[in-house]
Design a protein around this ligand. Sequence first.
Ligand code: ZN
Length: 144
Amino acid sequence: MLSLFGHSARRTVRCLHCASPFVVPSSASTLTCPICYERVRVDDVVITGRENHHKIETCGVVVVRKFAHVHADVLSSGTGILVEGEVQARVARTPSLVLGPAAVWTGDVEAQSLSIDPTSTIKGGKFQIKSKPKGKPKPSAKVN
Ligand SMILES: [Zn+2]
């Protein structure tokens, strides 16, 4: 789990559109998925203050730091969402949601895995936790 949030020169993210993992340079912020060719955001989104967004969508990680507060209609991460502060979302989609110590969560969640610290709070939301991404057959990674 922690390796999800680690940093090095290159890192692996998971495409929001086709759910395929691919390696990107750490400095990349937007690029084209090598599997489905969708243009996608790949940088990590780190929220440290009080922010309102219509959509936060990235193939990278979304981190909501301690004492930060984010309000978003759609919160979408291809890799994982780590919450140490407070989140109010209409819907969040991610393979991995981690609610850390003292995290506060409100909103619907569609995830494949969920980790909840005993000191975190869930104020509301509909949780759908499915162990595998739905649908599509695994696309071939071969590129000519
Ligand atoms: Zn893709």
